[in-house]
Write a protein that binds this ligand. Sequence first.
Ligand SMILES: Cc1cc2nc3c(=O)[nH]c(=O)nc-3n(C[C@H](O)[C@H](O)[C@H](O)COP(=O)(O)OP(=O)(O)OC[C@H]3O[C@@H](n4cnc5c(N)ncnc54)[C@H](O)[C@@H]3O)c2cc1C
Length: 475
Amino acid sequence: MNKKIIVLFRNDLRLDDHPALWHAAKSGVILPVYIHNEQFSMCNTAQSYWTYYSLQNLQTTLDDYDMQLILRKGEVISEVLQLALDTEADAVYFNERFLPTERNEDEQLTNILQANNIEVKAFYGDALFNLANIQNQQNKPYAIFTSFYKRCLQEPVRKPLGQPTNIRAFPTKVSSLALEQLQLLHGNWYDKFHHYWNPGIDGAMEQWELFVEQGLFDYQDKRDYPAKETISKMSPFLAVGNISIRFLWATCQELIEDKDNTIFSQQIESFLRQLIWREFSIYQLLNYPTFSTDSLRSNFQHFEWEPHSTRLEAWKTGQTGYPLVDAGMRELWETGYMHNRVRMVVASFLVKHLLQPWQDGYAWFGHTLVDFNAANNAMGWQWVSGTGIDSAPYFRIFNPSLQGEKFDADGAYIKKWVPELALLPAKYIHAPQTAPTAILEQARITLGDTYPLPIVDHKTARARALERYNAIKKA
Ligand SMILES: Cc1cc2nc3c(=O)[nH]c(=O)nc-3n(C[C@H](O)[C@H](O)[C@H](O)COP(=O)(O)OP(=O)(O)OC[C@H]3O[C@@H](n4cnc5c(N)ncnc54)[C@H](O)[C@@H]3O)c2cc1C
């Protein structure tokens, strides 16, 4: 069989365990294609930085097969159709995606290609489980994570496919844009990310191996402490598909079997549980198509938010006067990443202390996170805001100073990202306004000048948030 098959690369920028590529390699010659649609895809965001370097790295990997990744820009359906007609391709293969807009696009693409007698094959995308099959006993979607989790554990996970060995290119040359012409990057605010990351297939494997060596076996015990590097930092690699989620799952299962040690198994299982949180977010996106824009709990439609550009700006720039919040927001701006515990604290602060709509936080995270993922981001915001299913109740309001005392007791994380507080003793670092004047002077801090006073008082803000919440409970 020597079919001419176009393989679309989208949020699966890798060769390993790429079902569309794997099956195409068995059936014919391949044209790998990436199409950038300015209307839908991200430009000038932390993630477009990630995509740019991932595409560069993917091309380097394809060089081993003497194969060029064809880059195009424009409306996806017409671009793919034109390319298929121009190259006389027999088929187009791709892996499925989960966002409603993406699914809609894939459906239209399939119809138009089939109408032109071009074969289409869609393969299951980057989720561990076949989520359409996962329903409760009433044939309804699970609304509680723990029940969903238990049910998932009964499902098989397909073994990763590995990388095809026999990838062969189309016989004729096809024109491509240069990577720069996709205009993924403008300006240079993300240049500093290179100090922290190596986007792409190679970087993903390096980061994974580092985590397995240094973090996995302590994961459960230390994952909540932002100063400790025991989390995997796999999220940006997963977001654009530099690494396969099934590969991570399979490696952990092998380690559990190999180690034959319940302490290690518990740590690894705790990591696998987080991967199932990722499944739960995709699941919600599939079951509630407006999940990333609207609060799932309908009473929140009546919630009286107080959109306020100055408060929002103080939050974005890490100038709230709450050290843990400021540290998180500055880590985000500097690195494109923020630790999960701190994400929860900054999100709660925006929504509950500052009464800003969660969608504003979602949008800022969308702009600044290298790991932005609509499903995880929406679930994170809806969970913290209490607007989602199985979310933290709205009345549970994090005290940012106490969160700091608990999860960054010696202030190491805060000192790293808010250096103007570095000389303050740990006793005061989570609430500098409580430090005696002499201590502040010794630490060379002038509140309201070198570091802001709290922009809201915790007790007052908490009472105001609860009042608003009680109003919608009655609505
Ligand atoms: C407000 C808010 C917004 C968030 N936005 C995103 C986002 O845009 N993209 C994103 O990938 N994650 C998001 N998360 C979830 C979580 O913070 C990140 O997945 C995690 O911090 C990534 O770091 P890691 O890879 O080191 O995680 P690890 O702790 O090493 O976990 C491994 C993997 O499990 C998955 N995972 C872990 N925690 C969660 C979780 N709470 N929800 C869903 N999946 C999880 C991720 O795929 C992660 O890469 C958000 C959380 C909150 C509270």
